[in-house]
Design a protein around this ligand. Sequence first.
Ligand code: IPM
Ligand code: MN
Length: 357
Amino acid sequence: MANKHILIVPGDGIGQEVTAVGKKVLNKIAAKYSHTFTYDDALIGHIAIEATGNPLPDESLEKMRNSDAVLFGAVGHPKYDNDPSAKVRPEQGLLKMRKELGLYANIRPIKLFDELLGASSIKPEILKGADILFFRELTGDIYFGEKGRKNNGDTAFDVAEYSRYEVERIARKAFDAAKTRRKKLCSVDKANVLETSRLWRDVVQKVALEYPDVAVEYQFVDSTAMLLIKDPTRFDVVVTANLFGDILTDEASQIAGSMGMLASASIGDGTGVYEPIHGSAHDITGKGVANPLASILSAALLLDISFGMKEESETVINAVDKVLKAGYRTRDIADSTTPADKILGTERMGEEVLKFI
Ligand code: IPM
Ligand code: MN
């Protein structure tokens, strides 16, 4: 029996809908295992800009620091996407949260539930058995380097920067995970072109000496993009820089059938943040059709990583598995063979998961 304080930060768009379901799952687990979970919520993203003018108000950041874990939804709003001149943007809230909380490791498990073999656009025989754990560095790289304009605004630049220390700590996290899995690690970079990648490779090679039981391979990011589709089962743990990790994990989400299935954990030295890898999806916001499974699986990661509740976490994952086995699907993971009465909206899907917990 544990007492934990969880901050719910739904953010924008479908973040609101799916995070509400993730919270219900946490509640159900608390009841089943006699834990006491208390909750508070906080603003981030577009709704925070609307309410306060700031995409990450200090009050939200304080609440994050003072909670045991954060369940986060998404940020973004279409009105900024085609307005490059907007100075205040929802995404700044997310980036600031990552930086301020020191969330340098973004863990994205790409695991295909057997029942969803047919939901992917990749052939089932290529996909079967795919199980990849991505470690995306989250507080460095071109995301956080100096950016600006010169030549009267006609030239723009974004600087990519990594220190040895930054590469080393994410590499260690990835190697530690590989040790508990199939003992394979793929480090992805662009060392044939980028200086940051050459430093990256040098550091990973040195850290590798401490993990003689882990087989390491080095791949360029372009080739990795190809191999993920061609032969996804060749990968076990993948470690890469912030921008490469952003792009490759969206690609890899198709291995799991849908972005709507993928959870992630962002961890560092303080409070961990758990979130779906999908975004705010304003095209389906308010329709009640968003897949809540990524938020539910994010709650499972939260239980496991931040609270050390392995059994509770597995209970959630097994419940998701059973719901899929029972044939229930949200729109994004349904196919032409799914009976209409098995295609559920966000809330109903959540209810089925709660039943199996
Ligand atoms: C993600 C998102 C963010 C990122 C955006 C919303 C800033 O795409 O978490 O993958 O690029 O990191
Ligand atoms: Mn992304």
